[in-house]
Design a binder for this molecule. Structure first.
Ligand code: 6GU
Length: 227
């Protein structure tokens, strides 16, 4: 998979993509991530990329021309399966979206800043708009890092243990059950007996029960979605 990201702050994305799962995917040749600094497409001597909004109001808007020039250059090189705009005024990211995106060849991600981008960019190029939750970040870069991490770890071959992504929270709209490791007792705090029993059907049953209980307590809204 190839992911291109257009951003005004590429340095915010370098660290997350040079560590952990995403680095592993890059090393294995399963994912490529290319950052494009919007400033390189800025207009005039000052490389202008934003301007005041028509109609007045506080906050700058990213201009159509630099973004359009950058997108057109990339579109001339390859076909994108999705052109995604990261913005708080969009549908919230869910596991099902990451699952679907992990099967794509080429994804282009545009991250906003300030008041966002000129609406004409969204109308003309963007095929999918994603928010990562109901709160406001300074820019879309951290949101793009979240999206990419959630996608890249699902690419077949990226995770060492092929089954581990399947048992994540949310893969079945349930939160994960509690987990424990050695020691079996620490200062009087014990691991549930069942996990030490070696009775694997019973252990699975216990885990399902706990996952359901936890979901019911913390995220009952997820259970409605299972119906
Ligand atoms: Cl995608 N961008 C920004 N700026 N804030 C957000 C967001 C995105 N998702 C949640 N908050």
């Amino acid at each position: 998979m190839r992911i291109d990201i257009i951003t005004v702050a590429p340095e915010l994305l370098e660290s997350p993509f040079n560590h952990s799962i995403v680095q592993r995917a890059k090393d294995k040749g399963l994912a490529e991530i290319h950052l494009h600094n919007l400033r390189d497409y800025g207009l005039g001597n000052y490389r202008q990329i934003d301007d005041y909004q028509f109609g007045g109001g506080a906050g700058m808007v990213l201009m159509i021309e630099p973004i359009s020039n950058c997108i057109e250059k990339l579109l001339a090189e390859r076909v994108y399966d999705e052109i995604i705009y990261m913005t708080p005024d969009a549908k919230t990211l869910e596991q099902s979206i990451s699952n679907r995106l992990s099967l794509k060849e080429n994804i282009l991600i545009l991250t906003g800043h300030y008041k966002g981008v000129d609406q004409r960019i969204r109308d003309k190029y963007v095929t999918l708009e994603i928010s990562i939750g109901d709160y406001v970040l300074t820019g879309g870069e951290l949101a793009a890092a979240v999206l990419c991490d959630s996608i890249v770890r699902l690419i077949p071959g990226v995770l060492g243990d092929e089954t581990s992504a399947l048992t994540d929270s949310f893969q079945d709209n349930l939160l994960s059950p509690p987990v424990y490791t050695r020691p079996a007792e620490y200062k009087g705090l014990k691991v549930p007996e069942i996990l030490l029993s070696g009775n694997f059907p019973k252990i699975e049953e216990w885990r399902s029960e706990k996952a359901f209980e936890r979901t019911q307590q913390i995220r009952p809204d997820l259970l409605d979605e299972n119906i």
